[in-house]
Design a protein around this ligand. Structure first.
Ligand code: ZN
Length: 154
């Protein structure tokens, strides 16, 4: 694409609908004089009775966490991919196939306030050990072709 199009207003054609839409890329360079928020400093608590991940609490999916004392992992109650049979469909422009798999959640520590930067070395090592254990166990399953460990900020 001609780089001038990224600097000035223009129309782009949606190749699926044939419609033309207005694009104004230069507007991203306008100054911001709106409200700015200061970072909030929440008091650190080691246990939150409303947290779905804290030991002994009911999770969002209805299960109950054990009273874990170190790291803890469980099957994600709202997994991005699920077990199930292969299915496919093709209907007009829509072509889809099921994608199956397993998602797990790892709780790093029973202390609600702990994050990796605040943890002691032996606690971080426990997290890394559990990452390795889950990676190896999931990777050994016939139906699993790829294991990816991601970290989601609370
Ligand atoms: Zn918690």
């Amino acid at each position: 694409m001609n780089s001038e199009f990224n600097k000035r207003p223009h129309r782009r054609k949606n190749i699926l609908t044939g419609e033309w839409i207005l694009v104004s890329p230069h507007r991203t360079k306008r100054p911001w004089q709106g409200k700015e928020e200061k970072p909030q400093h929440k008091e650190a608590i080691s246990y939150d009775p409303k947290c779905y991940l804290c030991p002994g609490n009911e999770r969002a999916g209805g299960g109950v966490n054990p009273d874990y004392k170190e790291t803890y992992s469980f099957k994600n109650d709202y997994a991005a991919i699920l077990d199930g049979p292969f299915e496919s469909t093709k209907d007009g422009l829509l072509e889809a196939e099921t994608e199956t798999g397993l998602c797990k959640v790892i709780c790093y520590a029973p202390d609600h306030s702990l994050t990796l930067p605040l943890m002691e070395d032996h606690q971080i090592l426990s997290v890394v050990d559990l990452w390795q254990k889950e990676y190896q166990e999931l990777g050994a399953m016939d139906a699993i072709n790829h294991v990816q460990i991601i970290r989601k900020q609370r």
